[in-house]
Structure formats: structure tokens, C-alpha cells
Design a protein around this ligand. Structure first.
Ligand SMILES: NC(=O)c1ccc[n+]([C@@H]2O[C@H](COP(=O)([O-])OP(=O)(O)OC[C@H]3O[C@@H](n4cnc5c(N)ncnc54)[C@H](OP(=O)(O)O)[C@@H]3O)[C@@H](O)[C@H]2O)c1
Length: 299
């Protein structure tokens, strides 16, 4: 269902990223006119605007913001500052840019990235969108990010927060890293392996964003993760099986902390997220199980 996108002008921040690239193509494939934003200014094809300093959001029907400093890296004090500033800070600048537009000329909708990290590490608890925020660093980042983006509601805009899980796609960083390690036979259970991992196939990530863009009613938080989160140990077994490689080297928590510092907490944390809003709205997942996703990814 993409009829509703034909001729619509969609602003896309984070257009050069792993989700932004296929999303931009999918939007254009659905007939939308995509205005891409980047810190680098211009790129190839279509219209490009700068996401530095003053952001020009004029002439757009909707804005999707996926920009942000990568989270999967060792967190120094400087990196942590950039992770936060590139999300809450950029969202603040977006709202200022919206405020600067004449009434009646603002986009009708803002779709803002967020992450399942919003919930923090919650053990066995099922994490539907109504559950409150966690209390670790990533939860704080996501809470501030959503709070800043949510201010666009003041202008009567529909605002959606994409609480995304680990995105598995051939062009995505997570899959590239995971498949490289497992293909070398070096994959293994992280920590005790009981932690829940919310995952989503890239095709579903992109299709769900198109679905939410066309909805006239969905607003607020939406979990973008498959209906079947997996425990790390089961995820590891499935992935090693699909790649026909052993995965007998468990990676203890202390080793992860040594290599990744505080970011190790995100790898060892448990988030049993469930996509309640998407399912209630009638979104049908293309890859509902990890086995189905791995069949496509390992092809
Ligand atoms: N991929 C996942 O598994 C996953 C999971 C959960 C949540 N998310 C969230 O979804 C969003 C999109 O994910 P992605 O994987 O597509 O991200 P990505 O590839 O890491 O980056 C997206 C874009 O953000 C911009 N960017 C990078 N560092 C920045 C900085 N310091 N300040 C401002 N902009 C910066 C870059 O665009 P320019 O260089 O062109 O400016 C980049 O192309 C992110 O906010 C991410 O946190 C992703």
C-alpha cells in the first residue's frame, strides 16, 4: 500500500545512512519526491539540503529524521556527547526550523527515529509501547530525543517515534559485522545468552516507515521490531546454523566490557520488545521469524 505517497514531498534526514539509503529509494519507488538532508550538503540525484546550521524545511509534506552519531562504538565522553547532541540537539533544531515556517506551510507529520534502547534492560518483561523509559544512558538519550521531537506536536503535527530494534539488512552495519564474525567461526553467545534481542529485517523497517507515513492516525511511539524477539543464545544458534558455522566460543561479559567499554551494556541488556501498535494497525511483517530473515540474508 503506497498509493498515498505519489507526488508527496518528503524531507529525509539521515538519508546517507544504512536505513536512509533504502528508505529514500523505496519512497521514490512509491512516487514520492524525496528531499535529502546531509551534513555534507549535496549528493547525487534529486534535491539535497544541508542539515548543518539553519535547516530549511520549507515545501515539505512530511519529515523523517534518521540522523544520529552511530551508537555501536566504544563510548568515550566525547562520543557520548555526540550521540546525545546529534539526536536531542538536532531534533531541537528541527522544531526551531518548523517554528520559523509560516502557519499553514508546515509539514503535516514528523517521523523521528528512536530505539528500543528507550526501555533500558528489562529482563523478561514484555515491552509494549505503553511501558515507561529505562534509566540507563541509552534510555536517557532516547527519552530526550523523543521529548525534543515531540514538541512538534505544538504545531498540530502528527509525530511518530520509531523505537527500532537491531536492523538486519545486507547493507546494514549490524548484519555486516555479525555475519563477518560468524563466517569466521568466531561467533558465540554474549554473556549468559538469556537476554532478549529485538530484531527487524531491513525490508520491514523500510516498509513499516512507509506504512506509518501513510497512516493518518498513528502517533507517538511505535516499536519497529519483529513479533518474535529472540534470546541471544537462540539468535546465536540460528545464525550459526544458517551460515553453517560453529558458534561454540562464548563471549563473557567482562571481555565485552574490556573491548566496548560502557557500550557492552547494550549488547548484554535484555529488551523483549513487541510491535503491538504495528500489529494492531494491520501491518503484516514480511519476515516474522528469524529463520525467514536469515534465509534471505544468507542467500
Ligand atoms: N540500524 C539499526 O540497527 C538501528 C537500531 C535502532 C535505532 N536506529 C536509529 O535509526 C537511525 C538510523 O539508523 P542508521 O543505521 O541508518 O544510522 P547510520 O547509518 O549510522 O547514520 C545515519 C546518518 O546520521 C548522520 N550522522 C552521523 N553522525 C552524525 C552526527 N554526529 N551528527 C549528525 N548527523 C550524524 C549521517 O548522515 P550525514 O553524514 O549525511 O549527515 C548518517 O548517514 C539512527 O538514529 C539510529 O540510532 C538504528
Amino acid at each position: 500500500m503506497t498509493d498515498g505517497l505519489s507526488g508527496r514531498r518528503i524531507g529525509l534526514l539521515g538519508a546517507t545512512g544504512s536505513i536512509g539509503l533504502p528508505l529514500g529509494e523505496a519512497l521514490e519507488g512509491a512516487g514520492a519526491d524525496v528531499v535529502r538532508f546531509s551534513r555534507g550538503g549535496t549528493g547525487e540525484g534529486g534535491e539535497w539540503r544541508s542539515s548543518e546550521s539553519k535547516i530549511d524545511l520549507s515545501g515539505l509534506d512530511a519529515v523523517i529524521n534518521l540522523a544520529g552519531e552511530p551508537v555501536a562504538q566504544r563510548w568515550s565522553a566525547g562520543v557520548k556527547k555526540r550521540i546525545k547532541e546529534s539526536r536531542a540537539g538536532l531534533s531541537r533544531r528541527l522544531v526551531e526550523a518548523l517554528e520559523g515556517l509560516p502557519e499553514g506551510e508546515r509539514p503535516g507529520c514528523l517521523i523521528s527515529a528512536s530505539a528500543v534502547g528507550y526501555y533500558g534492560s528489562r529482563g523478561e518483561e514484555e515491552l509494549r509501547e505503553t511501558v515507561g523509559a529505562g534509566d540507563d544512558y541509552l534510555a536517557e538519550v532516547c527519552r530526550d530525543w523523543e521529548a525534543e521531537a515531540g514538541k512538534a506536536e505544538i504545531f498540530g503535527m502528527r509525530v511518530v517515534f520509531l523505537r527500532t530494534g537491531i536492523v538486519l539488512g545486507k547493507g546494514g552495519e549490524a548484519w555486516k559485522r555479525l555475519s563477518r564474525v560468524f563466517r569466521l567461526g568466531l561467533g558465540g553467545v554474549l554473556g549468559n545468552g538469556r537476554q532478549w534481542m529485538p530484531w527487524i529485517h531491513m525490508e520491514d523497517e523500510v516498509a513499516a516507515i512507509l506504512f506509518l507515513l501513510q497512516s493518518e492516525t498513528v502517533e507517538g511511539a511505535v516499536n519497529l521490531s519483529s513479533p518474535t524477539p529472540m534470546r541471544n543464545r537462540d539468535f546465536t544458534r540460528c545464525l550459526a546454523g544458517a551460515l553453517r558455522r560453529p558458534a561454540f566460543l562464548p563471549v563473557p561479559g567482562w571481555a565485552l566490557r574490556l573491548v566496548f567499554g560502557e557500550f557492552a551494556g547494550a549488547l548484554l541488556g535484555s529488551a523483549r520488545a513487541l510491535p503491538e501498535v504495528l500489529l494492531k494497525e494491520g501491518y503484516v511483517f514480511r519476515y516474522g521469524t528469524l529463520e525467514e530473515a536469515l534465509e534471505e540474508l544468507c542467500d
